[in-house]
Design a protein around this ligand. Structure first.
Ligand code: NAD
Ligand code: IPM
Ligand code: MN
Length: 351
């Protein structure tokens, strides 16, 4: 029997609620398919920060290194500034383990409705390939002339050739396994250094994939297209910030934030990858037991796939589709009255 060592970081807010359900479902899958999941739980969170002054211990990254994978709930809660909590946990993990691909597949599942009227499941299936290690997310810059009339801040973006090339190449490889279409999010009309460079590298990589249809669209127009003609999109590749924004939009047009999973992938598998929902800790509904656990469960199936447990992943996906399709046990965001735990248990039983 293969045993997998998984680091579980529930984090904050609804991260904690949905993590319990994802573990429930994964444990059911492990039992049915005959592999072992050895969970180690870490209390790294804003609560920990409030007590100790740090989100994770100094050797936190070292502690995670030995695991086969990481399942993360969500990080961030009122009381701790977001840039402190996120740069104290989520972003360092993504970077230390070179998880430079943030893969965010979305599709309209049975029993759920798109925010867009009259759209069917066939039209609503996309995958956002988000650059996850550099770009607009940078510590370079600073605040100047503080408190004076001429006060200003500078925020620098870093786009390396290696970083841009590898994410775009990854998107083309994903496209070969899907529709054979890649759309690049750009803003080379307005952002004068980074985006023309992004386009240049996109063009170079596209030339190496003559079998894949490549197009680039300005991020503003792309946002409109995602709402008005989502059927014309499949693989969408974007920088760290553009990919972040587009992934919530893509989630919204395919059934909501409660449905969208995410994998922070280290494609070379030299370090653990980390799986989480696209959504955050949702302080507005935290502690109420009404968060939709499906996004986290689907993130956990992405983890199973990466671990090589394809059959188990397929069974969990089928269980999610079955329960949602029956339309009985649904959380409030899906129009039902079920609790997080009821939906999680229904999926675990269906597995
Ligand atoms: P959010 O995704 O937490 O919430 C946005 C809205 O969607 C809220 O109204 C929320 O109730 C709803 N929502 C989200 N997930 C849901 C679910 N599973 N079921 C039902 N409704 C759901 O975004 P936010 O409000 O911008 O961020 C809250 C906190 O989370 C912030 O501290 C932010 O920095 C953090 N955050 C963390 C991550 C992460 O850890 N990966 C991701 C995004 C945001
Ligand atoms: C996400 C989140 C994070 C991001 C935040 C919380 C730093 O929005 O995972 O999408 O922007 O990467
Ligand atoms: Mn986001």
């Amino acid at each position: 029997m293969t045993d997998y060592r998984i680091a579980s970081i529930p984090g904050d807010g609804i991260g904690v609620d949905v993590q319990i359900e994802a573990r429930k479902v994964l444990d059911a899958a492990a039992k049915r398919f005959g592999f072992g999941l050895e969970w180690t739980e870490f209390d790294w969170s804003c609560e920990r920060y409030t007590k100790t002054g740090t989100m994770m211990p100094e050797d936190g990254i070292e502690q995670l290194r030995a695991f086969d994978s990481i399942l993360l709930g969500a990080v961030g809660f009122p009381g701790v500034p977001d840039h402190v909590s996120l740069w104290g946990l989520l972003i360092p993990v993504r970077r230390a383990f070179q998880q430079y691909v943030n893969l965010r597949p979305v599709r309209l599942l049975p029993g759920t409705t798109s925010a867009l009227a009259g759209r069917s499941a066939e039209e609503l299936e996309m995958i956002i390939v988000r650059e996850n290690s550099e770009g607009e997310y940078s510590t370079l810059g600073g605040r100047h002339n503080e408190g004076q009339p001429g006060e200003f801040v500078l925020q620098e973006s870093v786009f390396t050739r290696v970083g841009v090339e590898r994410i775009i190449r990854y998107a083309f490889e994903v496209a070969r396994t899907r529709s054979g279409r890649v759309t690049s999010a750009t803003k080379s009309n307005g952002i004068i250094h980074t985006m023309p460079f992004w386009d240049e590298v996109f063009g170079e990589v596209a030339a190496q994939y003559p079998d894949v249809r490549a197009e680039q669209t300005h991020i503003d127009a792309l946002a409109a297209r995602m709402v008005q003609q989502p059927d014309r999109l499949d693989v969408v590749v974007g920088s760290n910030l553009f990919g972040d924004i587009l992934s919530d939009l893509a989630a919204a047009v395919t059934g909501g934030l409660g449905m969208a999973p995410s994998g922070n992938i280290n494609p070379e598998s030299e370090h653990p990858s980390m799986f989480e929902a696209v959504h955050g800790s949702a302080p507005d509904i935290a502690g109420q037991g009404i968060a939709n656990p499906v996004a986290q469960v689907l993130a956990a199936t992405m983890m199973l796939e990466q671990l090589g447990e394809k059959e188990a992943a397929a069974a969990v996906n089928a269980a999610v589709e079955k329960v949602l399709g029956e339309g009985v046990v649904l959380t409030p965001d899906l129009g039902g009255t079920a609790t997080t735990a009821q939906l999680g248990s229904a999926i675990a039983e269906a597995v």
